[in-house]
Design a binder for this molecule. Structure first.
Ligand SMILES: Cc1ncc(COP(=O)(O)O)c(C=O)c1O
Length: 421
């Protein structure tokens, strides 16, 4: 063994390694070898931990893959680079996708930057939008990855949080107190002057959708102050009630509004990395410069295939039918989950308005509850604290991976109830 020690890692990465996210730690704890070490049978473990979907990708999309892969010339082409912002035809088709499904007006390829999924795009977008010393306004709770992404992409940024869940009543404040939450947003905005406001619609982990009225207050304040308003639409196609009007906001009409989009959840393309940003042309051009250094270009095979699929599926209506059928599947899984939570756990919870999740108040520190529950019942949920302090006594329950197994959802929550007893 060499006695020479490796040089030090960067101070930024060392700081981040020293504060791993509680969610990552739990997911590590649930790895197969750790489950076996706990004396559990991995096949008996029911996991509500994963933030992923389990329905089938569109069959016509798979066929498009077959066409590209089985044609030697097309396959050869798929091994080449595309432009840094993505293939023009794919950008065009994505603009049409948004117009066809959500009525987004005046959207052209110049508003679309394709990347390798919304995780990479969000990181690069932070690089484009914020400076050290700036403030970013997030919700409490919200998607746990934003903090780390900000730390890496924009070191020296402060985060301010608008609390949207009341941990005492376990209610979603924009629904129960719309005037109060708008007032609180204005107060925080005027006090901290954020350069960027970011929320998910529907959000992870709450699966709640910011109502139109609050989004309008955010739009007005951010526009007047010269700030950005970004909406993370990772779960845009999983929506269980009529969409609010801001689902159709276009950067052509609202140049300070940015949409972050992903193919991961609607088309079950989690591993076929493709996402896109919808923004004013200046943001798209700036992203091109950043992506030249981060990815050079998005995945060519996935872009060629997606463009081929959308060229046919938009005019034939099969895209619309696919999205509606998928949505119905998740709406049903959400209902099964809430019914089982009410029957077995009998604890305060939020009813999903979309997405893959609910959050349940376990009435105690969730970071100790979750590992205990895993050991005693073989059921994995995610502690809420990593999403924001309002969820310190809450857990996130994901029905995404179990969308086709309602009986496992039922059994898992019945078993979890034993840990709560
Ligand atoms: C709110 C939110 N945004 C982004 C992502 C990441 O999506 P992608 O697969 O496009 O990187 C997730 C994944 O769980 C998410 O929950």
């Amino acid at each position: 063994m060499s006695s020479v020690t490796a040089p030090a890692l960067s101070s930024l990465v060392r700081a981040q390694l020293a504060s791993p996210s509680p969610i990552r730690q739990i997911m590590k704890m649930a790895e197969r070898q750790n489950i076996i070490a706990m004396g559990l049978d991995p096949d008996e473990v029911i996991s509500f931990g994963g933030g992923w979907v389990n329905h089938e990708a569109p069959e016509e999309f798979r066929q498009a893959y077959l066409e590209v892969v089985s044609d030697p010339a097309l396959f050869h082409k798929s091994g080449g680079y595309t432009a840094t912002l993505g293939d023009m035809e794919c950008r065009q088709q994505i603009a049409r996708f948004e117009a066809a499904l959500f009525g987004v007006p005046h959207l052209g390829p110049e508003h679309v930057a394709i990347g390798m999924g919304s995780t990479q795009l969000t990181h690069d977008l932070f690089r484009v939008l914020v400076n050290p010393g700036d403030t970013v306004l997030l919700l409490d709770p919200t998607y746990a990855n934003y903090e780390g992404q900000l730390a890496f992409a924009a070191p020296g940024v402060s985060i301010v949080r608008l609390r949207v869940v009341d941990p005492d009543t376990w209610s979603y404040l924009p629904d129960v107190d719309p005037a109060g939450i708008a007032r609180e947003f204005r107060r925080l905005f005027d006090l901290h002057k954020p350069r960027l406001v970011l929320f998910g619609a529907p959000d992870n982990p709450t699966s709640q959708v910011v109502p139109q009225a609050l989004a309008e207050v955010m739009l007005e304040r951010s526009r007047d102050a010269g700030a950005w308003l970004a909406i993370d639409f990772a779960y845009k196609c999983q929506y269980f009630a009529p969409c609010p009007a801001y689902y159709a906001w276009s950067p052509a009409d609202h140049p300070n509004v940015i949409g972050i989009h992903s193919n991961s959840k609607w088309a079950r393309g989690l591993g076929r990395r493709l996402g896109w940003i919808e923004a004013a042309a200046a943001v798209v051009d700036a992203l091109e410069r950043v992506q030249q250094c981060s990815i050079l270009c998005p995945d060519t095979l996935e872009q060629m295939t997606m463009a081929r699929y959308l060229q046919r599926a938009i005019p034939s209506g099969s895209l619309q039918r696919y999205v509606e059928a998928t949505n119905a599947l998740y709406r049903k899984a959400a209902q099964v989950t809430i019914d089982a939570v009410d029957r077995h756990l009998r604890r305060p919870r939020l009813v999903p308005a979309g997405g893959l999740y609910t959050v349940v108040d376990v009435g105690r520190d969730a970071e100790t509850f979750v590992p205990e529950a895993l050991k005693t019942t073989g059921v994995l949920v995610v502690p809420g604290r990593g999403f924001g302090p309002s969820l310190a006594s809450g857990v996130r329950i994901s029905f995404g991976p179990l969308v086709n197994q309602p009986e496992r959802i039922e059994e898992g929550l019945a078993r979890l109830a034993r840990a709560l007893a």
